[in-house]
Design a protein around this ligand. Structure first.
Ligand code: NAD
Length: 283
């Protein structure tokens, strides 16, 4: 069994991003800038936001986090996003999820100008992804494709099962796989006999947000297993949607939690930010 550690892939992507950031600075006499909007005080969101800022700084980008209280009025947040849309010095904008319940996700998706939408959640990007048009792509699924490619795991012609159909992970994941010539089985919370389907697959990608959902009974020996889930167990340790100790001995390759998918997401976010900056400079 091979563990698919993100570190070597993430380092490679970050090295490339750093070079592009240096080039951008020389050409435009300013660094690319990422603005993150954080509403409320969700502890995990605060950690993720801090990490994004730290990595952006390390790669030579400018970065800011704009904070709103949990009871912020959505219109006020929207006005702030609009100011960022209009600010020529801002290249990438990201609204940290989850948002408080007063925010309607189907409206928020339209707030960020697509040219600055580095999470690639805007419906325009979702449509371009389905059509196979090169564009900014959602960070987690895009990072998983990079991880598989780095470890020379081709999905072409393979039977791949995706568990989870959220607009930010499961759906774009299934689309990217389809665009890469995989045959995709897509499972979700209403799929009966899911284990029968996951067991068929040569590659299984799980983004269900349910700790320990998948065990050895749901995986065929020799399969590649990608675990997107992140949870903290009762001992305070990080774990995924997969029962790692059970599945690792039978899988041919598996992503650890932590150290698998998570760092890929961050690296692709940085790559999307420099890409957005480069593309905007050409507008
Ligand atoms: P979500 O809650 O929005 O979606 C979960 C999906 O899983 C839903 O489509 C649902 O139908 C499906 N599902 C739920 N229970 C199921 C079950 N018992 N059987 C089959 N399908 C089931 O979650 P999300 O935003 O897609 O995130 C999923 C997980 O990935 C979470 O643990 C999240 O923290 C993690 N995540 C990690 C990263 C990363 O960078 N590593 C990024 C995003 C999300």
């Amino acid at each position: 069994m091979c563990q698919l550690f993100a570190t070597p892939v993430a380092n490679q992507i970050q090295g490339e991003v750093k070079k592009r950031v240096d080039g951008f600075r020389q050409l435009h006499n300013r660094p690319p800038k990422l603005s993150v909007v954080l509403v409320g005080n969700d502890a995990a969101s605060q950690i993720y936001t801090r990490r994004k800022g730290e990595l952006a700084t390390r790669l030579g980008m400018d970065h800011e986090t704009i904070l709103f209280p949990a009871n912020a009025i959505p219109t006020h947040v929207r006005e702030q996003v609009q100011r960022l849309n209009e600010d020529p010095l801002v290249d990438g904008i990201l609204i940290q999820r989850p948002l408080p319940k007063s925010f309607r996700e189907e409206e928020v998706l339209y707030w960020i100008d697509p040219s600055k939408d580095v999470d690639a959640f805007h419906p325009l990007h979702a449509g371009e992804l389905v059509l196979g048009i090169p564009t900014l792509q959602p960070c987690t699924p895009s990072g998983i494709m990079e991880l598989l490619a780095f470890y020379k795991i081709s999905v072409q012609g393979k039977l791949v099962c995706v568990v989870g159909r959220s607009p930010i992970v499961g759906k774009p994941m299934a689309t990217l796989l389809l665009n890469s010539d995989a045959t995709v089985i897509h499972c979700h919370s209403k799929t009966p006999n899911m284990g029968k389907l996951t067991r068929e697959a040569e590659v299984v990608i799980i983004a269900a947000g349910k700790p320990g959902l998948i065990g050895s009974a749901e995986i065929q020996p020799g399969a590649v297993v990608v675990d997107v889930g992140i949870h903290r167990n009762s001992d305070g340790k990080l774990c995924g949607d997969v029962r790692f100790d059970e599945v690792a001995p039978i899988a041919s390759a598996i992503t650890p939690v932590p150290g698998g998918v998570g760092p890929m997401t961050l690296s692709i976010l940085m790559r999307n930010t420099i890409l957005a900056a480069e593309q905007r400079a050409q507008l």
